[in-house]
Design a protein around this ligand. Sequence first.
Ligand code: ABU
Length: 542
Amino acid sequence: MNFMHEGYITANASSGRTWVGLLTDRSRCPGIFFGTLLTDLVVYLFFPLDLLPSKDGQDLTESFLLHVVDILLHYIQKTFDVKSKVLDFHHPHQLLEGLDGFSLELSDHPESLEQLLVDCTDTLKYGVKTGHPRFLNQLSSGLDVIGLAGEWLTATANANMFTYEIAPVFTVMETILLKKMYEIIGWGETEGDGLFSPGGSISNLYGILTARYKQYPEIKRKGMTVLPGIVLFVSEQGHYSVKKAAAILGIGTDNVIEVKCDERGKMIPAELEKNILQAKRKGQTPFCVTATAGSTVLGAFDPLQDVADICERHNLWMHVDAAWGGGLLLSRNHSYKLSGIERANSVTWNPHKLMGVPLQCSAILIREKGLLEACNQMQAGYLFQPDKLYNVDFDTGDKTIQCGRHVDIFKLWLMWKAKGTSGFEAQINRYMELAKYFYKVLKKKDNFKLVLDAEPEFTNVCFWYFPPRLKHIPKGFERDQELQKIAPKIKAQMLEEGTAMISYQPCGDKVNFFRMVFSNPATRQTDVDYLIDEIERLGKDL
Ligand code: ABU
């Protein structure tokens, strides 16, 4: 018998009395309930107020959470089932209007626990399975079961990272992980300071903020009036968050000078130096260069040694945005691509990208100890009392631009325990092998064209698909006009059918092309082959 939503509430049909699931023994759960007479049985609905900390809420809490776990387990199994859809696409207006009883509107009265379970199921049903083997859309993808367990534990603890007092284990864990990251970068024993922040853009903001503070410490008190016309440099393939940081910090986006790249998307050192000298001649004051280790679209690594030489010659802060590429430091085969990162003054590194840690997990690492605190410290007496019971060096909250700070560290720590450094290395090496395989397969196909006809340096592989009707149009404006519509059309169809997800974009003078990236541990060679066939199937008649 099944009086409620399938899968959650069932009754033992033989006795007609023994309920499992949310229908626990009512005498032990005397909370709010509604009774409905169904032949000789009464169905009780329970409400969130009946859960712990309500008196006698123990059984109902256990039952409710076990149902949540059931929902999540079912979703996880589907996620890894290659035959299931990556998504069940609906337009925003459909979600706003409500779908099959799934309403996003909020009510004034409490909803039953049963309804909340249905809402949990529907929320997952209409979302995207980012751990699905054919989810290839984002730099951050995959579903790591240990990372997920870490996130559950983190939410259960609900700690705040501002002080050791509130987060004793997590704050110490953070110092241990940061130290590991300084060592991997190659900083010396006495070097290294850092924080986990809410994403790569904020980590880049920290890098530029600290660079400016180092050069002009009086800005903290006196504001912009103490500054000359400062400028910073980033490659034309660098992340847009550098400009955003300049806007936020009052530097202004016009004062971010974009440095030309070579055909692979790497900053050209001679161009950087030329731009620095030009800026100086114009009376501007260069203070920082942001180099990129793993650009978002092309996966390019700037030549960090050359950039470091130039920064040293001109006394400029060197920030490395290794949000995407930082994980490659864990691969002995590939870490040479970041050679020179040890000379950086600051580094952004997002374990939620290549290392597959659940979002969010991003580190800002500063070579000089004490600068972060000097730059951001406000000494709020109600939180950071100097006369506490313990060593207040572990009250790291005053180094941040936040007050409250989420615990992003535990899932990374647990995954590192689970895999070891060698486990991350093997995973990352496998992505690199897949990228090479994908490149080689595409190279042989005459209806696909690679954006860069060279073996991939990272897991990004960018390409166009040419439907038969375009193959005979000569290269030029007319063909580009048509070609730029192809990737969006294929992607739209892919979303409607839910078969796979891959991103596309224009870049510089190149019209829309697909960007394949490997950072999903569930993706296999067969998924790569599938994707190629799928693009051909959806695109051949366009
Ligand atoms: N920098 C954010 C990553 C965007 C992406 O997944 O492509």
